[in-house]
Design a protein around this ligand. Structure first.
Ligand code: SF4
Ligand code: SF4
Length: 339
């Protein structure tokens, strides 16, 4: 276990940023977002970022390859470059678990090399949630907000930041930091863990459970009459999918550069009426079908294909952001009662 005074945290950030790019959650107006560390940048006091940490591995848009015209011939240029090593500080336990969910999509055959490149060059420093929000329910998925996974886990206790390496990458980073960090006792961290667990147990959604979803089979959930009422007010804005750390739908498009084409991918949303639209039309023609797809994917299809693991991490972003106050907890409650 290592420690540093919070008043000295700039020296920790500077020491990391000397060797590799460092990203920290910082205030941007009323919200917090991850940003590349620069001198003078301060760590947010907010519990979580507006957009999740999935952006580091699955960015909103990225170039896949270029196509150029050379006379009558087409030349395809591979635009991939080896990613530089980077460190992300302050990732909450829910977002760290989301990486595991994305890994089961992008790192299975055929491996997504764009995603893998970034994943293999990142070191994650997670941060325990001293002040979880009323919208948090990560404990429903067995995530421990008081002791999140990551290459290094960090805890704030008063004016001190404690850090403990959990992987070889984490140990290597701590070794590089040398005397910036001091050796520390584990007792204060145990105090923080206990305090966070107490707070978590008192949150409004503390007793949320999704296990009831496993009592009914896929078809019963699919045909449930509650979908009509649940989806009735959904305006198909896609906000829930874009803030979600586990949503991974994308589209592949072309940009005409004048003498060629840039092939790129960008986030898409299963809530949109033109999502996966093909020559014959769209396979899901009503908002009910699109709404059902999003929640069936997270609560039924994904666990069916991934050892029972749900495709949600309880970050609460969709609860906080949906303009009609619809969210995955309401869906689960409605479906479970029906089951
Ligand atoms: S954020 Fe709410 S209204 Fe918008 S697509 Fe999602 S469920 Fe529908
Ligand atoms: S569905 Fe909602 S609570 Fe679950 S991971 Fe996505 S944004 Fe977070």
């Amino acid at each position: 276990m290592k420690k540093i005074s919070m008043s000295q945290i700039d020296s920790l950030f500077k020491a990391i940023a000397e060797n590799e790019a460092l990203y920290i959650p910082t205030d941007k107006g009323d919200i917090a977002e991850f940003a590349k560390y620069e001198d003078g940048m301060t760590l947010t006091e907010k519990y979580n970022t507006n957009r999740s940490a999935k952006d580091f591995f699955f960015p909103q848009t990225e170039n896949l390859y270029d196509i150029r015209m050379n006379g009558l011939k087409l030349e395809i240029k591979d635009t991939r470059k080896e990613c530089e090593d980077f460190v992300v500080f302050g990732v909450r336990g829910c977002d760290v678990r989301a990486f595991d969910i994305l890994d089961r999509v992008f790192l299975v055959d055929p491996i997504d090399t764009y995603y893998k490149n970034r994943r293999s060059h990142a070191t994650i420093i997670s941060l325990a949630c001293n002040r979880p929000e009323e919208t948090c329910f990560c404990n429903a998925f067995g995530i421990d907000a008081s002791d999140p996974n990551g290459d290094i886990t960090a805890w704030k206790h008063g004016d001190t930041l404690y850090m403990d390496a959990k992987t070889e990458k984490g140990e290597a980073l701590i070794a590089k930091l040398g005397t910036v960090l001091e050796d520390a006792d584990t007792a204060p961290v145990e105090e923080v863990k206990s305090a966070v667990k107490t707070v978590m147990s008192k949150l409004p959604l503390a007793n949320t459970s999704f296990e009831g979803m496993k009592q009914s089979d896929l078809l019963a959930h699919f045909k449930n009459e509650k979908w009509a009422g649940l989806s009735e007010s959904c305006i198909g804005c896609g906000t829930c999918t874009f803030v979600c750390p586990t949503c991974q739908c994308y589209d592949i498009r072309e940009f005409d550069t004048g003498n060629g084409v840039k092939k790129f991918r960008c986030w898409d949303s299963c809530m949109y009426s033109d999502f996966t639209k093909m020559a014959h039309g769209n396979p899901r023609t009503s908002q009910l079908e699109r709404f059902r797809q999003r929640f069936m994917h997270k609560l039924v299809y994904y666990p069916d294909n991934n050892d029972g693991i749900f495709g949600c991490v309880g970050c609460g972003r969709c609860i906080a952001k949906c303009p009609i106050s619809m969210n995955i907890v309401k869906v689960e409650k409605a479906l479970e009662v029906e089951a």
